[in-house]
Write a protein that binds this ligand. Structure first.
Ligand code: FES
Ligand code: FE
Length: 459
């Protein structure tokens, strides 16, 4: 190493030290505050965590860096060269299918000056050409993510370009039941271990048949901290009797207690779900035309539960929600329109909602048509349920930013079901509780969140 080189490195190291000396204590202060104030096991969650900018910064560099994040459904990538553009935390990523049919995930950032490579939301291409100076990257097979050319390359770079060093930055990707997940975490567990017990329930939602996304995902912005909708799907069946009581008033369900009967499930890992069930051993309204496919893809225990499902809602930590809404009458038939949701944080007090409608690929026409209608009426940008929920989350977030609420002592109450024992003989894995009114999975959501943001070694 020559002097000039070592001088440059020493200067960089000095700068790094200076940075960490001024920056680290601030981060430690936030972490210490969180360790003191967030008490999931006692059902106490301070309100400031829903909108605090320092907490948000920590979440971006921990939860959204290390957890597995949902980025696409495989049906959105039907052919070699197909891609969609998504977000992983603050990073824009390209999710692409290569020649070998493998789905890979790349940072959507040119290695030259960091311009976005893919500016369309989705498409199919042979090559990604940077709109700034024209560096081009392969989108297929062995060239997937590789720099394949630059304008006037021999003139501009007579010594050549180091193609290995300029390969697009790649996230670790994996697929479960058609759901494509990715993570930046170098030490993240395998996806199937990360999902753990929630995988068994995801099978009912997205694995019971071959699924396909209908159209493109709807996107809209909601002024809410991202955790509120996530834990709502994981562990809040209680709100349905009040916030969505219109269902009973309109006569679409029999009573406002439609969200109570069933099971609350704490599968561990920060995931959570509720399953509304009919009281008898059957009673669900899935189309008989698909009975054989369900039976071929599910275990007998899973099939038994599916046949009783009235509704099913949940969240894969951190921000993928799933839902089989309560079946209702649409044009004279009982149907449900399934969806996936990503609550994409874009600011401490703001999310971009991504909403996908999914349906069984081999379903009869009536199920597809009426299911889509049901989904549009109830969920999605104009959905009746979404409007109820959004108003609550927006007001909660507004309150969380007010100065009085930012004191550590102002906490929210998550004690429902505290001390209750799970069922000894349950229909599926994890801690399964009788009745959906329970916040056990909410407490686990915040415990998991806390472990990520403060660093597990500090807990
Ligand atoms: Fe992409 Fe320059 S920023 S080619
Ligand atoms: Fe709701």
């Amino acid at each position: 190493m020559d002097h000039a080189q070592s001088g440059r490195i020493a200067t960089a190291a000095t700068r790094r030290n200076r940075y960490s000396m001024t920056r680290a204590p601030a981060i430690d202060r936030v972490r210490s505050r969180l360790i003191e104030a967030v008490q999931p096991e006692y059902g106490r969650i301070p309100m400031f965590i829903y909108s605090d900018p320092d907490v948000y910064r920590l979440e971006m560099s921990t939860v959204f860096r290390e957890a597995w994040l949902f980025v696409a459904h495989v049906s959105e990538l039907p052919e070699v060269g197909s891609f969609v553009v998504r977000d992983m935390g603050e990073e824009s990523v390209i999710v692409a299918r290569g020649d070998d049919r493998t789905v890979r995930v790349f940072l959507n950032s040119c290695r030259h000056r960091g311009m976005r490579l893919a500016c369309a939301d989705f498409g199919s291409t042979n090559v990604w050409r940077c709109p700034y100076h024209g560096f081009s990257y392969g989108s297929r097979g062995e060239f997937l993510g590789t720099l394949v050319g630059a304008p006037f390359e021999r003139v501009a770079y007579p010594g050549g370009l180091d193609r290995d060093a300029l390969h697009l930055i790649e996230a670790k990707a994996d697929i479960y039941q058609g759901l494509v997940f990715a993570t930046w975490g170098k030490h993240s567990p395998q996806l199937v271990s990360y999902l753990g017990n929630v995988a068994w329930y995801l099978d009912l939602v997205v694995g019971r048949a071959e699924m396909e996304v209908v159209g493109v995902p709807q996107k809209w912005v909601v002024p809410t901290g991202w955790k509120l909708p996530c834990e709502n799907f994981a562990a809040d069946a209680y709100h349905t009797a009040t916030a969505h009581s219109f269902l009973a008033r309109l006569g679409l369900v029999e009573t406002v207690g439609f969200g109570r009967d069933g099971y609350h499930v704490d599968p561990g890992g920060g995931h959570g779900l509720g399953v509304g069930v009919h009281s008898d051993q059957g009673g669900s309204y899935f189309p008989v035309e698909l009975a054989e496919e369900y039976a071929n893809r599910l275990s007998p225990d899973q099939l038994r539960l599916l046949k009783r499902v009235k509704n099913l809602h949940g969240n894969v930590f951190p921000n993928l929600s799933f839902l089989i809404p309560s079946f209702i009458d649409v044009d004279g038939r009982r149907v449900s329109g399934m969806m996936l949701r990503v609550w994409q944080p874009i600011a401490p007090d703001k999310v971009q909602v991504w909403s996908w409608h999914l349906v069984e690929k081999n379903a009869p026409g009536w199920w597809k048509t009426l299911g889509r209608k049901m989904y549009t009426q109830t969920f999605g940008a104009s959905g009746m349920f979404d409007q109820d929920d959004t108003e609550n989350w927006e007001a909660q977030t507004h309150n969380a930013t007010a100065s009085l609420s930012r004191a550590d002592e102002v906490f929210l109450h998550y004690e429902m079901g505290l001390g209750m024992q799970p069922l000894p003989d349950s229909p599926g894995p994890g801690d399964v509780y009788d009745g959906k009114f329970n916040e056990a999975a909410g407490r686990t959501f915040y415990r998991t969140w806390l472990d990520y943001v403060v660093g597990r070694e500090l807990v």
